[in-house]
Design a protein around this ligand. Structure first.
Ligand code: UD2
Length: 306
């Protein structure tokens, strides 16, 4: 029987898809979440739920005790919010990650999988996209704290008997992503607004581009990162290798909804990166990950949910 799998942030958007995939694979699951943005109703009946904050080491240690694998997804996920409150961003995303790692080594966890971020590349403007060896550049406190978490993962794999694997998520989208905050993901916001007949606002010219990866694919990548032997200490991009601009995103949403909404434009957002696209050769070669859900299919699923 598989050991216990902890999902921090398991009541949130990516976490709840991961929990569903783990349960479908017959794995025992525990969720740790403070319900700041996650929802209790996202946690399926029968899954053990520990409510607590990453900033509370004792609560983290209780959640990690007895686990074989830890997926560390809990975070303040917003670039804009980190610009407004860098101290809180650091406490949760950097120090909180240290708490999870420390609890994991003390509890004898086999492997920790960390949700890092493509913001690590600072939108390096390479037409070939960003590979794991692209120079790192933090343009926001969010990027800085997520990178600090990455370095702690690397250091713990080198210093202790704890395996760690870091993933750098590009822009994850899909059902369950909340649209109800200015800090929500752009696809969640735009889908909900267009579906409600409202006019979305684009920050800047709309020609910034992102590699949007479907959440169901991200859940598969997380499980591969936990299961594949011999990859402790490695870092992998999780994206599709394709990018679209915000204006192309709006065109596709308009065509799927049969609408022709023209957005308004406001000032560009502080801390924003310009272009982001994953090189995914490494994760394909070493973890066998190939994205399966196309951008169009992912948008259809998102619109059907919203
Ligand atoms: C996403 C992730 C972040 C991190 C990063 C990695 C979310 C919410 N955040 O940040 O956690 O992993 O990717 O690079 O998924 N925009 C508008 N209008 C709106 C909302 C957004 O124009 O109403 C723009 C925004 O200024 C940005 C783009 O859309 O240029 C994407 O914004 P986002 O907040 O969805 O994601 P991002 O790339 O800042």
């Amino acid at each position: 029987m598989a050991g216990l799998h902890l999902v921090t942030g398991g009541a949130g958007f990516i976490g709840s898809h991961l929990v569903e995939a783990l349960l479908a694979a017959g794995r025992p699951v525990r969720v740790f979440d403070n319900l700041s943005t996650g929802l209790r109703t996202n946690v399926p009946a029968g899954v053990e739920f520990v409510e607590g904050c990453l900033t509370d080491p004792a609560a983290v240690a209780r959640a990690v005790a007895g686990c074989e694998v830890v997926f560390h997804l809990a975070a303040l996920a917003s670039v804009a919010k980190s610009v407004e409150d860098p101290g809180l961003n650091h406490a949760v995303n950097a120090t909180g990650t240290l708490h999870v790692l420390d609890a994991a080594r003390n509890a004898g966890v086999r492997r920790l999988v960390y949700a890092g971020s493509a913001s690590a590349y600072g939108g390096a403007d390479d037409p070939a996209g960003q590979g794991e060896d692209t120079p790192l550049c933090a343009l926001s406190p969010y990027a800085a704290a997520k990178l600090a978490g990455e370095f702690y993962c690397q250091a713990f794999a080198a210093s202790y008997r704890l395996e760690t694997v870091r993933l750098r998520f590009f822009n994850v989208f899909g059902p369950l992503q909340r649209p109800d905050s200015p800090y929500s993901g752009v696809i969640a916001i735009f889908s909900a607004m267009l579906a409600a007949g409202r006019v979305p606002s684009v920050h800047g010219d709309g020609l910034q581009s992102r590699d949007f990866v479907a959440v169901e694919d991200v859940a598969r990548a997380l499980i591969l990162a936990a299961d594949t032997p011999g990859v402790s200490g490695r870092v992998f991009n999780v994206g599709t290798g394709r990018s679209v601009t915000l204006l192309q995103l709006l065109d596709t949403l308009n065509s799927q909804l049969g609408t022709s909404v023209v957005p308004t434009h406001g000032p560009a957002r502080a801390g924003d990166i310009r272009h982001s696209r994953a090189k995914i050769e490494r994760i394909t070669a070493e973890l066998g990950f190939v994205p399966k859900v196309s951008f169009e299919e992912g948008l259809r699923r998102t619109l059907a949910w919203s």
